[in-house]
Design a protein around this ligand. Structure first.
Ligand SMILES: C[S@@+](CC[C@H](N)C(=O)[O-])C[C@H]1O[C@@H](n2cnc3c(N)ncnc32)[C@H](O)[C@@H]1O
Ligand SMILES: Nc1nc2[nH]cc(C(=O)O)c2c(=O)[nH]1
Ligand code: SF4
Ligand SMILES: [Mg+2]
Length: 212
């Protein structure tokens, strides 16, 4: 059984797949407490569902792209088997993870989007840098940037781990904290080869809307 906070169909608002229709499976619980977290409602609330029930619900939407998110989806060990089954059923599976828990057992067919938590999240110490060696070329490492210090920290991590040679690199703002244009100007000034991204759904719906 897995504790599931919500399952819904919307557009992918983040990552290089932004704009594509996608089914979201949001699992309950998180081992982190990021200063800016927009999904605190998934820390405890949810209903128990079997893997089969989740697969059936996902199937109802008739959409081949599925994202596992949370909370932190890797807190529940059964998420590994769920991802495998989704891949076996022919879905293109994305995993959104905070980067504090091991990813080496995630099915290799899954596209992993892994945050490296910046200093202003207050969760920097939780980053599991051993994960980096398991990132594949199609995966993405993501920095959610709240201020100039976060930005410079992110540049250092890219250099230190040669992240841009290993996988995609995403730079996003902490919504409501750093102006998108400010981050964008820094990226352009430094001629960075990173993908700037915003949480598209927060500009389409009211930012606090759930289930989108
Ligand atoms: C809610 S988390 C769930 C998955 C996982 N716990 C993680 O942190 O990656 C999904 C994504 O939303 C980002 N996020 C959460 N709150 C945000 C905010 N206020 N502004 C921008 N991105 C935010 C996280 O950094 C993460 O990349
Ligand atoms: N539309 C939409 N796209 C998303 N991509 C990643 C999300 C997440 O919360 O992990 C998310 C989300 O909450 N909504
Ligand atoms: S790891 Fe993800 S879900 Fe957990 S507190 Fe941070 S942003 Fe929120
Ligand atoms: Mg979200």
């Amino acid at each position: 059984m897995l504790k599931v906070n919500e399952i819904y169909y919307s557009i992918q608002g983040e990552s290089s797949r932004a704009g594509l229709p996608c089914v979201f499976v949001r699992l309950t619980y998180c081992n982190l407490r990021c200063s800016y977290c927009d999904t605190e409602y998934a820390f405890y609330d949810g209903i128990d569902m079997s893997k089969e029930e989740i697969l059936e619900k996902v199937n109802e939407y008739g959409c081949k792209l599925v994202e596992l998110t949370g909370g932190e989806p890797l807190v529940q060990k059964e998420s590994l088997d769920l991802m495998k089954s989704l891949c076996d059923s022919g879905y293109e599976v994305m995993l959104e993870t905070g980067g504090s828990l091991p990813i080496d057992n995630v099915d290799k067919r899954v596209m992993i989007i892994m945050d490296l938590k910046c200093p202003s999240s207050k969760m920097e110490k939780k980053n599991r840098y051993e994960n980096i060696e398991f990132l594949k070329p199609g995966d993405e490492v993501k920095f959610v940037i709240g201020d100039r210090n976060d930005y410079e920290w992110s540049l250092n991590k890219i250099k230190e781990f040669e992240l841009d040679k290993k996988c995609g690199v995403l730079f996003s703002t902490v919504f409501g904290k750093l102006e998108p244009v400010t981050l964008l100007n820094w990226i352009l000034a430094d001629k960075l080869n990173v993908r700037f991204q915003l949480q598209m759904h927060k500009y389409i719906w009211k930012p606090e809307t759930k289930g989108v």
